[in-house]
Design a protein around this ligand. Structure first.
Ligand SMILES: [Fe+2]
Length: 183
């Protein structure tokens, strides 16, 4: 599946622009992580881009979120390792994270929310005015962007990247697509 085909399919299944931006941000972080570890950027990027394609279809039902998405993208010809990462990103499905791509998606997903929230509290609401150290500070404030699971973000250590480093990499990756994110 090409990136264009993935985006077309996302447009067919997702109306919420913020959700689409979240998937674009996750894609950017996944590509940056793949670059760091010498992995397949296209593949890791696609996993990030497609991981929440079923959120509206499942209407927030976490017991099917990820499973429907995996079925959907499998039918479109996406490789099994991508569908596995999509399944494993929702802990409620009980699918273990096995590959580095599974683990990368699991920690990249919540990091996007923390970084987006850190941008939105800046006077100009721009990613360009966010410093890594302010995201690190926000990480420690539990009530800030509480939906962004700190525990899940911190599993970055499982793929061999320290939290501070991961935050910096994620911020840089999202800054690189700031116009698409509207931030
Ligand atoms: Fe997500």
């Amino acid at each position: 599946m090409t990136r264009e085909e993935a985006l077309d399919s996302i447009r067919d299944n997702v109306e919420n622009e913020n959700l689409i931006k979240h998937m674009l941000a996750t894609e950017a972080i996944m590509e940056a992580l793949a670059g760091r570890f010498g992995e397949d950027k296209n593949k890791w990027g696609l996993a990030g881009l497609l991981h929440d394609i079923d959120v509206e279809l499942t209407e927030g039902d976490m017991s099917s979120h990820g499973r429907l998405g995996a079925d959907l993208v499998r039918e479109m010809g996406v490789s099994e390792d991508i569908t596995h990462a999509i399944l494993a990103h929702n802990e409620m499905l009980g699918v273990p994270r096995e590959t580095n791509m599974d683990k990368a998606l699991f920690c990249a997903d919540p990091l996007t929310g923390l970084i987006t929230a850190a941008a939105l509290v800046r006077p100009d609401k721009k990613l360009s005015s966010v410093e890594p150290k302010s995201v690190r500070k926000r990480f420690k404030e539990k009530s800030f962007a509480a939906g962004a699971s700190r525990e899940n973000i911190a599993t970055c250590s499982e793929i061999g990247i320290e939290l501070d480093d991961f935050i910096e990499l994620g911020l840089k990756a999202m800054q690189g697509i700031a116009p698409e994110l509207g931030l």
